[in-house]
Design a protein around this ligand. Sequence first.
Ligand code: PLP
Length: 376
Amino acid sequence: MSLSQLPEHLLKSLQERDQKGLLRKLKKEFPGIDFCSNDYLGFSKSGILSSALQQQTNSQTVFGSTGSRLISGNSELIEGAEKHIALFHHGESALIYNSGYDANVGLFSCVPQKNDLILFDELIHASIYDGIRLSNAAYFKFRHNNIDSLQELITRHKASYNNIYIAVESVYSMDGDTAPLLEIVELCKASEKLYLIVDEAHAIGVFGKQGRGLCNALNIEKNCFARVYTYGKALGCHGATVVGSTILRDYLVNFSRSFIYTTALPTHSIEAILCAYKLLIETNEQEKLQENIAYFYSKVGTIDGLIKSQSAIHSLIVGRNIRADELEATLAENNIYAKAIKSPTVKEGTERVRFCLHTFNTREEIDLLIRLLKAF
Ligand SMILES: Cc1ncc(COP(=O)(O)O)c(C=O)c1O
C-alpha cells in the first residue's frame, strides 16, 4: 500500500455529503455572541471555574493519571470525588467516566443482557444508542415523550423479556424539552422488571436544588436504576458520572469496557469537577440562568416553529436544511452565534436553528435574538 492509496469509499462518501451541503467541517473560531455553547452557567467562559481552581489546586498535582483505574490510575482523590458526587445526587454510589459518551456506551453496552429489552425515546442521544447497539439486548424506540407509545411497547413485550430498561434524557439535547419523568416513574412502579435510566446531561446545573438535575427537582432520584451526569455542559469541565447502587458500581467496574480499557481522568480534571460542584452550591448562577430563560419567554410571544422549553436549550424549526443555513447566516450577520441543525442529524422536516441561553447573555442580546427570530 502506498500512502496515496485509500479505500474508495472515503472520498466518495465525503463527496456525496458535500454535494448535499452536509459536509461537516471543524471550525476554530466562533465569532459573535454565544447562543450556541453548552456552557449554560458560564463556568468555563467567564473564568469562574479556572480562578476557583487556581486557588485550590495542589501544586503537587501529577499531570497524567498514569493508567486505567484498575491498573495504576485510581486514587484517593477520584474515590473521594465519587463519594462526594453520590452524596450530592442522593445516590448510593457513583462511578466517574472520562466523558458522557463513555458513560452511556459503557453503561448500556454491559448492563442489559441477551433476554432483556431496552425501550428508548426516539430522540435519544447517539451515545446511548451506540451503547444499546453494542449490547446483546433487544431494543425498540418509542415516540418522543409519548407515554402511550411507551406503555404500548411495555404491554406488548413484558412477558417475553427478563428485564426491561427504559432510556430517556431528562432534557433532550436537540429540542430542549423535558421527559415526562413522573409518568414514566408511575409506569415503572407497575412491574419489578422495569428499570429507568435517565441521562441528566442537560439538566445538571439547570434544574433541581443547587443544580442537582431534573430527577431531584421532581423528587424521583430514588426511582431511577441509574442516572448519568455529564460535566462538559453546565459544569464547564469534562467527564461524567453514573450514579446508582453500589452493586451497579461494582458491576460496571468489572464489565463496563469504556470504563476498564482507558486511562483514568487526570488529577486536574477531577479537581475541576469537584470545584464545579462547589460552585453549584456557592454561587447563584443557576438562578441567573433561570431568570434569563424566563425573560426570553416573557418577551418572545409566539413564533411558528419555536419549541417551548424550560431548559437552556431552545430550537426554532424552519423545516429545510437551506432555511436552517439561512437563519444561521442571518444571525451571524448580526453578531449572534447559533447553530443550524440539519437532517439527517434531526428528522427531515424538523431542521432548525438551535440556540442556548446562558447566564452571561445580557437582556439586550436576548432582545436582539428575539427580534431576528421574529423577523425571519
Ligand atoms: C444527552 C447527552 N448525553 C451524553 C452526551 C455526551 O457527553 P460528553 O460530551 O461528556 O461526551 C451528550 C453530549 O453531547 C448529550 O447531549
